[in-house]
Write a protein of this length. Structure first.
Length: 85
């Protein structure tokens, strides 16, 4: 087993910077993207999963606003179609 590192504002901000730039994402099934005129979330609710091509996205800026042991708040500037949870 490994020790869990202590999170600090500096360490979190450093990690967040690694997410900035261009990348690709596969859209989740629970999204409003459409397949044959139907939103993917409708298909997902029926237990149907379809192949979704990866799409280019860009995260221009990501900034740590606050953090506690249980949550982190961020401010993100990103392109259309970027999925963040």
């Amino acid at each position: 087993s490994q020790a869990v590192p202590i999170l600090t504002e500096g360490s979190i901000s450093k990690i967040l910077k690694q997410f900035e730039g261009e990348t690709t994402q596969i859209p989740p099934m629970y999204s409003a993207l459409k397949k044959d005129g139907r939103p993917l979330y409708e298909l997902a609710r029926q237990g149907i999963e379809i192949e979704r091509p990866a799409r280019p996205v860009r995260i221009s800026q990501i900034e740590l606003l606050s953090f506690t042991e249980q949550s982190i708040s961020l401010d993100v500037t990103c392109s259309k179609g970027t999925y963040i949870r």
